[in-house]
Design a protein around this ligand. Structure first.
Ligand code: APR
Length: 313
């Protein structure tokens, strides 16, 4: 009888390595770090390093590296970071030509080897990549989500906490829409321990925080020459954990929309309940007219990248 869960990480780069470290520390299950054959050594090396780390930190997890999809067979969760990250000056959408064939390759293999898995896509441009993964595999959309909103909301939370001189632990923030410069911060859902953030922070400062949140990924790319990996990995692990432990957390995720918020046949960031059933519910919040307009703008940006993907069949 299989008792331990199996988590396969497709892409053993910066985010993949951090994902493996987090899954192991949390003892979510056994971890397989997969990369293309020419990078299988990196995957195997990181896996061995992390298994040795377990002897110090005291976690029980089998961590293996591989360049063979067959080793991912029977995965309960797949987290996909395959692709290239941004370089300074690039937008996420600039990655579409490079990452599209990669996500298609990953989709074909996932369909063959991991048809039962709950899938979290991180590769950018996120909303288009997760759409393409779902389209190409034909997997149930309840089992395919994109990671963006948890990360964008974390960035928003941090900046709010700093401005209000509050603990980041007390901040609840929600960012919806596409994972791009038009993402939509939902101020009505932002509180500092229940107190609306707008009561504690002035409009000018709030506007500056929203601007910084929208460019939050780019700010890090500019500093490091590549994209962030600690917070992206933690965000995806929060989603994976909610699925594996049936926590039913309410998290902003890129989910497949069939009429919610007035959008159809697209992935975009919305509040989602994640439990053992995958995407168990998409919550429809009452948005202000302003928020609706921002969401429409964001949806338009997402759709334009998805159109590129659809044309490239
Ligand atoms: N199958 C599996 N892995 C692949 C494939 C493929 N077809 N093609 C590339 N990869 C691997 C690369 O070999 C590399 O090891 O994906 C890994 C990506 O790792 P990094 O370059 O370190 O990138 P990372 O920072 O982890 O970001 C990955 O997530 O947030 C997004 O924009 C980011 O699209 C990027 C992705």
């Amino acid at each position: 009888m299989k008792t331990r869960k199996k988590i396969s990480l497709i892409g053993a780069g910066n985010i993949g390595g951090e994902l493996a470290a987090l899954c192991a520390r949390k003892e979510l299950g056994d971890v397989v770090l997969f990369d293309i054959p020419s990078r299988a050594g990196v995957a195997k090396g990181k896996a061995l390093d992390l298994e040795q780390n377990g002897a110090i930190l005291g976690y029980d997890a089998k961590i293996s590296g591989t360049g063979d999809w067959a080793d991912c067979a029977g995965s309960d969760v797949l987290i996909i970071t395959a692709g290239i990250p941004r370089k300074p000056g690039q937008s996420r959408d600039d990655l579409v030509a490079t990452n599209l064939p990669i996500i298609r390759d990953v989709a074909d293999n996932a369909k063959k080897h991991c048809p039962e898995a709950f899938v979290i896509v991180i590769s950018n441009p996120l909303d288009a990549m997760v759409y393409e993964f779902m389209r190409k595999t034909g997997f149930d959309s309840k089992k395919v989500v994109g990671m963006a909103g948890v990360l964008d909301s974390a960035r928003f939370s941090l900046f709010l906490a700093r401005e209000a001189n509050a603990s980041v632990k007390d901040v609840r923030a929600m960012v919806l829409g596409g994972h791009g410069d038009d993402m939509v911060p939902i101020l009505s859902a932002c509180t500092i321990n229940g107190v609306p953030a707008s009561q504690l922070i002035g409009k000018e400062a709030l506007d500056a925080i929203i601007k910084r949140t929208r460019g939050g990924g780019g700010e890090i790319v500019q500093l490091m020459g590549t994209s962030a990996y600690y917070a992206p990995a933690s965000s995806a692990v929060a989603m994976a954990e909610s699925y594996l432990l049936d926590q039913k957390r309410l998290l902003p995720c890129a989910a497949y929309l069939t009429g919610e918020y007035g959008y159809n046949d697209m992935y975009m960031g919305v509040p989602v309940v994640i439990g053992a059933g995958g995407v168990e519910k998409i919550l429809q919040l009452e948005l202000t007219e302003d928020e609706k307009a921002m969401l429409a703008k964001s949806a338009k940006s997402v759709q334009s990248v998805v159109d590129v993907v659809k044309k490239a069949v």
